[in-house]
Design a protein around this ligand. Structure first.
Ligand code: GCB
Length: 617
C-alpha cells in the first residue's frame, strides 16, 4: 500500500543529498556496503544520477553505483513497526544496513520494502547503503541489446575497421528501446511506521447495478463496493483473524455513508456519484479501515470498464481515448519522480483537451496515479516489457529468459495499482516481435493475457501494444481485448509523403475492420524540431507534424471501430545518442520544457470538440 501519514502511521522521507560513488571495481574489495569511501560525491535523491554531474561515465557505461546516508529514526517511533520502502531503484538494487544485506530487488519501476524493526534502534544512527545496477540485457526489463547492433540506423558492420573498433570497445550497455536508461534511486525512499497489528492490504472492486425504471419510477443505480482487508500482526499473541475491524464508506465530503465490521464483504450505496473522466467529475470515495491502533483510508472511484461490441465502455458509455504516450523524463532529474512536473503535465492535458495517456513504457511513480484519480485522467498502465525483439534474426521468446520475471512484474504492478479508478486497461508490454515468430509470440503473450485477467480483481481489459509490422502474420494482437497499434506511416516509411501514408493506413484499417475488435492507435507521430518551419510539407518542421495529425485524424474519423488516438509523444525526451536522435526524440507535441509546438494547437482545437462519450455513435 502507498505509505500515508495519519494518526496511526508516520513517515520519514529520506529525500535530499546522499553520498554517492560509482563503482570503479573497488566496491567489493573495500567493502563499500559497510565502509563508504570518505572521498565520495554528493547527489540528490530521488533523481537519476546520470545528468547530475559533468562526468561522461554517468551517462554511458554499464555500472554499479553506491549511495549512502546516515539515518536516525526519532526516539518517539520506538515501539512501532518500522518499514524501509523504496518506491523504485533502477534497474536492480541491493540494500545494506550497517553493512548487513537487508533486501534486494530486480527491476527499476516498482516498489519494494523490508521490515527493519529490531534491526535499527530509534534514537541511534545507522548506515543505509544502496547499490544500484544499471545493467540492461536479455533478462532485464526494459530489454538490453546484447547483439550490440545499432538501435538507430546502420552501424556499418560490413566495414572491417568498424567491426574491429566494436570488438576493441567490448561489451557496452546498449538499450533495445528508445529512451535513455536513466538509473539510480529514481523515486522516494521512506521509513514508515505502522502499529504492530496492521492493515497489510486493501482490495476494492466497485460494481454498479442498474434497476430498469418505469415512467413513474426512474432507473436506479446501486453501487456495490466489494472489499477485502488483509490484516497482519508481528505480535505473537495476537491472531489478526480475530481482531475486530471497522470498514467505513466515506463520501468526498467526509460523511460516513455505510459501514461493516467484517474484513471482507460488500458495502452498498444507492445512486452513487460515479468517477467520470475530466471534464466530468472524478468523484472519489474513501474506504476507511480501522483495526486496533491502525487506520488506513484508501480512496477509490465508482466506475465500470468493459469492452463490448467493438466499444470501450466506461460507466456503460462508449469512451473515446484522446491523449498521448509519454515518458517520465525531464532535464537534470532524468526519470526521477517529479510531482511538480506531473501537475504541469496534467494541466497541459486539460489545456489540450486530452483525457488519457499510456504509461509508456513502464509503471510510473505512484504519485502520478493518485493525481490522475483526482484529475480525471484515464491511464493505460504498462509494464516495462519493452524491447522483446532480436532484429527478426532470432526468436526472442527462445533466447530471452523473461517469462517468469514478466509474470512477477504483472503481479506486482497490479497489486500496486489495482484500486485506482484512473487505470482502465493493462498493457502487458510494448512492441515485442509478433511477426517473425508468430507462434512463439502467441504462446508467450496468450499465457500472460490469461494470467493478467486472473490477477486483476477488477478484471479490466488487457492489451499488448503492437509494433508496425506485417499485421497479417501477427497472430496475437488480434486476440487482445483492444487492438493497440503503433504506426509510423509517413515517418519511418513513406517518409514525407502524407498522401501515401493515408493510403497505407486505410489499407491496414481495412484489415482491422474485418477483425471483430475495438482498435486504437497508441502511437503515431513524427519528429518536429521546435522553431523549424516550412510551407511545402518538409519533414521535421512543425507544420509537417501538425499536418500529419490533421490528415491522419481525418481518416480515423471515418472508422467507427476506432476507439481512440494517442499521439507519440506528449513531450520531447532523452534517448541514447544516434543519428536519428538530435538531442533526443523530438516527436513531442510539447518540447521537453513543455512549450507547445504547432501541432498542439491543432490537437487542442480538435479534441475540444470530441466528447469523452459517444463520439462515434
Ligand atoms: C516506437 C516506440 C517508442 C519510440 C517511437 C519512436 O514505436 O514504441 O518507444 O520512441 O517508436 O519515436 O520511434
Amino acid at each position: 500500500m502507498y505509505p500515508i501519514e495519519n494518526r496511526s502511521r508516520g513517515i520519514m522521507i529520506l529525500d535530499g543529498l546522499w553520498d554517492f560513488m560509482p563503482d570503479d571495481g573497488r566496491a567489493d574489495k573495500e567493502h563499500w556496503s559497510s565502509q563508504f569511501p570518505k572521498n565520495c560525491e554528493k547527489l540528490y535523491v530521488p533523481a537519476s544520477y546520470n545528468d547530475q554531474r559533468e562526468d561522461r561515465r554517468y551517462r554511458a557505461d554499464r555500472m554499479k553505483v553506491f549511495y549512502h546516508k546516515q539515518v536516525t529514526i526519532p526516539r518517539f517511533y520506538d515501539g512501532q513497526r518500522l518499514v524501509l520502502r523504496f518506491d523504485a531503484v533502477a534497474n536492480d538494487a541491493a540494500v545494506y544496513i550497517d553493512g548487513m544485506p537487508v533486501c534486494s530487488h530486480k527491476g527499476g519501476f516498482l516498489p519494494f520494502e523490508t521490515e527493519i524493526t529490531g534491526l535499527v534502534q530509534p534514537g541511534e544512527a545507522f548506515d543505509l547503503t544502496v547499490m544500484a545496477d544499471n545493467t540492461i540485457d536479455h533478462k532485464s526489463f526494459p530489454v538490453g541489446n546484447e547483439e550490440g547492433t545499432a538501435f538507430f540506423g546502420s552501424d556499418n558492420a560490413q566495414v572491417p575497421a568498424v567491426r574491429e573498433a566494436k570488438r576493441w570497445r567490448g561489451e557496452i550497455n546498449l538499450p533495445n528501446f528508445d529512451f535513455f536508461n536513466y538509473c539510480g534511486i529514481n523515486r522516494h525512499v521512506r521509513i514508515y511506521t505502522t502499529p504492530k497489528t496492521y492493515i497489510d492490504d486493501i482490495t476494492i472492486v466497485p460494481l454498479l447495478e442498474t434497476t430498469p425504471g418505469r415512467p413513474d419510477d426512474p432507473e436506479k443505480k446501486t453501487g456495490v463496493i466489494r472489499y477485502q482487508v488483509d490484516l497482519k500482526s508481528t505480535d505473537p499473541v495476537i491472531d489478526p483473524g480475530e481482531m475486530p475491524v471497522l470498514v467505513e464508506l466515506i463520501s468526498r465530503e467526509g460523511q460516513v455513508l455505510s459501514s461493516s465490521s467484517t474484513p471482507s464483504g460488500e458495502l452498498v450505496i444507492e445512486n452513487p456519484v460515479l468517477w467520470e473522466p475530466w471534464p466530468g467529475d472524478p468523484y472519489l470515495y474513501g474506504l476507511r479501515v480501522t483495526c486496533g491502533e491502525d487506520e488506513y483510508t484508501e480512496e477509490f472511484g465508482i466506475r465500470t470498464v468493459e469492452v463490448k461490441d467493438r466499444q470501450f465502455l466506461l460507466n456503460g458509455k462508449p469512451f473515446y481515448f484522446k491523449g498521448f504516450g509519454k515518458h517520465e523524463d525531464f532535464y537534470i532529474r532524468g526519470r526521477g519522480v517529479n510531482e511538480l512536473l506531473n501537475v504541469k503535465d496534467i494541466s497541459l492535458l486539460h489545456w489540450i483537451g486530452a483525457n488519457s495517456f499510456r504509461t509508456s513504457h513502464y509503471p510510473y511513480a505512484e504519485e502520478m496515479y493518485r493525481l490522475c484519480d483526482r484529475e480525471g485522467i484515464v491511464i493505460i498502465d504498462e509494464t516495462p516489457a519493452v524491447g522483446i525483439a532480436a532484429g527478426g534474426k532470432a526468436d526472442p521468446y527462445a533466447i530471452m529468459p523473461i517469462k517468469d520475471y514478466h509474470k512477477e512484474i504483472l503481479k506486482d504492478m497490479i497489486a500496486r495499482d489495482k484500486n485506482h479508478p484512473c487505470v482502465v486497461m493493462w498493457s502487458m508490454g510494448n512492441e515485442p516481435d509478433t511477426e517473425n515468430f508468430p507462434e512463439s509470440a502467441y504462446d508467450y503473450w496468450h499465457e500472460l493475457y490469461e494470467y493478467t485477467h486472473h490477477l486483476d480483481p477488477q478484471d479490466r481489459p488487457v492489451t499488448l501494444v503492437c509494433c508496425q509490422n506485417d499485421y497479417t502474420r501477427d497472430l496475437i494482437t488480434r486476440t487482445m481485448d483492444v487492438v493497440c497499434l503503433n504506426r509510423y506511416y509517413g515517418w519511418y516509411n513513406l517518409s514525407g509523403d502524407m498522401e501515401a501514408a493515408c493510403y497505407a493506413w486505410n489499407k491496414e484499417l481495412d484489415f482491422w475492420e474485418e477483425q471483430n475488435k475495438p482498435v486504437m492507435v497508441t502511437e503515431y507521430g513524427c519528429d518536429a524540431i521546435q522553431g523549424n518551419h516550412g510551407v511545402n510539407g518538409e519533414m521535421f518542421t512543425e507544420e509537417y507534424q501538425a499536418d500529419y495529425y490533421r490528415l491522419l485524424d481525418e481518416e480515423f474519423d471515418k472508422r467507427a471501430f476506432m476507439i481512440g488516438e494517442q499521439c507519440w509523444a506528449f513531450a520531447d525526451f532523452g534517448t541514447i545518442q544516434g543519428v536519428m536522435r538530435p538531442d533526443g526524440n523530438k516527436k513531442g507535441v510539447f518540447t521537453r520544457e513543455r512549450r507547445p509546438k504547432l501541432a498542439a494547437h491543432f490537437l487542442k482545437s480538435r479534441w475540444e470538440n470530441i466528447p469523452n462519450y459517444h463520439y462515434k455513435s
